[in-house]
Design a binder for this molecule. Sequence first.
Ligand code: GDP
Ligand code: IMO
Ligand code: MG
Length: 425
Amino acid sequence: MPVTVVVGMQWGDEGKGKIVDMIADKADVIARYQGGANAGHTVVVGKEEYVLHLIPSGVLRNGKICIIGPGVVVDPEALLSEIDGLEKRGVTVKGSLLVSNRAHLIMPYHKLLDRAAESRLSGSKIGTTGRGIGPAYADKAARIGLRVGDLFKPEYFRERLGQALEQKNALLKTLYGEPAADEKEIFEKYMAYAGRMKDYADDCGPILRKAVADGKNVLAEGAQGSMLDIDHGTYPFVTSSPAAAGGACTGLGLPPRAINEVLGVMKAYTTRVGEGPFPTELLDATGERLRKTGGEYGATTGRPRRCGWLDAVVGRFAVDVNGVTGIALTKLDVLDEFDTISICTEYEIDGKRYDQLPEDTDALTRVKPVYETHPGWKTSTAGISIYANLPDAAKRYVARVEELVGARVSVVSTGQDRSATIIRS
Ligand code: GDP
Ligand code: IMO
Ligand code: MG
């Protein structure tokens, strides 16, 4: 380590949760840096499956400090129910989890506005998770947000809530024809959350910086993926936070020079949930087979994920924009029974070839992917944990991915369980 960012290299759901849980045994601190309960990070430990939305995936390892950083948007209702769900299953959260006082709160009107805005977009929906993420980050930028620390200053909280509701209720009533949100009801609800949130709220920036200064191993866990990053993704079909590795600095309050490694998590094929361009999407039986074999249904919303072959143009971009020092290539086992496996090496757009990602999102809807096709290995790699034991065709696939995207594959994942992991370095 000591400070490693784990970042999604595609459109999310690359298997970040599994990888963070896997390497968290060597970490002291695991911190989420952006996003909110739109994330769904699945971790499988033996027969138990956990889906984490806000709590870092290190929580399943005992004795670690887990931090929800200033850059995250926190829905207290979602967080407290996630804590309860874990505690009920015997996972200790109290004493391990800290939530930044600086993190912004998701308010009930954020969720209402998220859904109302989506339903009005009709033909150009983003396909959001409906968790209030966009409206909460918009309020943060507009400086009318409420933060975790505000929960403990009731008079201040009430005043800020009143100011925000003036705007929100005008929007809800006039633009969306929805009933106004009730100030008293929200205030009482959030004051009740405050009682429990007190156990977790802290000033997390200094804690993180001290951990770095003391040479502790810190894992910064990203949510979503580089292609969903607000600045670098397929705007406007993105989430509203800095999902790429740079977000770890702003979202945790760590200086850029503190980051030592960036582990990019990349699925051996590609998926996307929600709307927006997806150059290698397969709308045929092969896409359906990837979905079935890979169990590609959203961990947060249950929506079927769109599936396609690996896109090396996207991979190359993600290596560059994140400064990836090693790739964790996940779900290799999903490709086990395919006769042939394709990789998109370049794009053809309006008759012109591109080996780098074009910045124009609209151009991405006109991509004809240029594929190279590799023979499948037609044998099970499920559970393999030693690189040498992979079939030769799988090793050639991994080597070709490294060559095409320009970074070393340092971890290969061959199943959901912790043990189904090859660590190469
Ligand atoms: P995240 O959002 O990036 O954490 O990814 P998700 O948890 O939403 O989706 C990844 C899914 O793939 C989860 O159900 C994981 O348990 C599963 N998974 C992760 N790695 C592997 C792997 O190597 N093989 C298989 N078959 N499943 C995997
Ligand atoms: P993890 O962390 C995949 C997608 C939504 C939608 C867009 C905007 O599990 O990888 P939002 O609710 O964030 O405003 O929705 O982003 N999206 C994700 N897709 N994995 C995720 O998280 C996602 N979080 C948001 O589907 O297209
Ligand atoms: Mg997910």
